[in-house]
Design a protein around this ligand. Structure first.
Ligand SMILES: Cc1cc2nc3c(=O)[nH]c(=O)nc-3n(C[C@H](O)[C@H](O)[C@H](O)COP(=O)(O)OP(=O)(O)OC[C@H]3O[C@@H](n4cnc5c(N)ncnc54)[C@H](O)[C@@H]3O)c2cc1C
Length: 307
């Protein structure tokens, strides 16, 4: 219930205005967001690299409706890639197609994403297309297939275990040797497309994880759920799958204890670092995943807003 409410608020302009101006919320968001500037993300990445973790940098932004904003986002990604290379950061980038103009027009989207893919390819860097709400899944997979056919082999997709379709999509991706990040899914989805119960989402996660580990191309197992992580380790050991054939992925600032443990045990781990001024929807989705801190945050935000 609270989860659905937070996901609803993540798309509300009014709530965005209140929360983004509340100093306490800005402070709280810093737990999940590395900062607002490229330099902040690079500093966080350098620290994580020193701890044996690779990174994926995400310049936060989504549902962009102006051409200027989408073009500027692509420019920023190009700057991020160049800066990562210049600073010797071991990592790649993740982007959302709606930030690059997916809601504007297909040709415009193509131009923006290709600019980013070209620059990344020039440096031998990988680009992950994040997955957004279910309305975008087919469009995102179609877009991915098109750019792959054009020769961009430096990109991959994300699949979400809460969707009924995901096991089939994982087979589709494996047949194309596509790199997949597997996550549970972070959006409010109707029962017509997604499992309503957590137990089913988790069971599907394990089922798809096994398929990707056996048949996929360097999958990213993205979760903070110890049960999912243990199931992955156990399956890899049982099938003799070498730890170099996949990686775990986690979000910046979440379960740092578990992040360290995974690396200490010799598994590969990539940390997804979100940064930028458009942190509000990303932050709200992180709150929705863990309602425990929400009452604390809400009472402080509204105290600040109305004092
Ligand atoms: C690297 C990465 C990339 C992702 N990319 C996408 C994407 O492209 N599209 C998409 O829809 N979703 C994406 N997600 C989000 C994902 O779908 C889930 O919403 C999120 O990871 C929470 O699910 P979980 O697997 O950690 O399991 P859960 O069952 O939600 O959580 C398991 C445990 O992890 C801890 N935990 C989880 N979330 C939090 C939090 N916010 N704060 C504190 N503790 C927490 C808690 O201890 C919790 O009990 C991504 C996640 C990761 C790790």
């Amino acid at each position: 219930m609270m989860k659905q409410g937070l996901l609803f608020l993540s798309e509300s302009h009014m709530a965005r205005a209140v929360v983004t101006h509340a100093p306490f919320a800005r402070w709280a968001a810093r737990r999940f967001v590395a900062g607002e500037e490229i330099g902040d993300a690079i500093a966080a990445a350098r620290e994580l690299n020193a701890q044996g973790m690779t990174v994926s940098l995400d310049y936060l932004g989504e549902s962009v409706s102006s051409r200027e904003e989408a073009t500027a986002a692509a420019d920023t990604y190009i700057r991020i890639i160049d800066t990562m290379v210049a600073e010797g950061i071991d990592g790649n980038v993740s982007l959302k197609l709606t930030q690059m103009g997916q809601d504007i027009d297909e040709e415009f989207l193509d131009t923006n994403v290709r600019r980013v893919l070209d620059r990344a390819k020039h440096h031998g860097m990988f680009v992950r297309f994040d997955m957004e709400s279910s309305d975008y899944v087919q469009k995102t997979l179609d877009f991915f297939e098109r750019v792959r056919e054009e020769g961009y082999d430096n990109c991959g997709v994300v699949l979400q275990s809460y969707l009924y379709r995901t096991h089939d999509d994982a087979k589709w991706a494996s047949d194309r040797r596509a790199g997949v990040r597997l996550c549970k899914g972070a959006y409010a989805e109707p029962e017509s497309v997604a499992f309503p119960n957590k137990a089913d989402v988790d069971a599907n996660y394990v089922r798809v994880m096994k398929l990707l580990l056996e048949r996929g191309t360097y999958p990213g197992i993205a979760t903070h759920d110890e049960a999912m992580i243990e199931a992955t380790k156990a399956f890899a050991r049982e099938r003799g799958i070498d730890p170099s054939r996949f990686e775990f992925q986690m979000l910046y600032g979440i379960r740092r204890d578990l992040q360290k443990q995974i690396v200490d045990e010799g598994w590969r781990l990539r940390i997804y670092i979100g940064f930028g001024k458009a942190w509000y929807p990303y932050f709200m989705r992180r709150l929705a995943e863990r309602p425990a801190n929400v009452m604390f945050l809400a009472s402080n935000v509204f105290r600040e807003a109305f004092r």
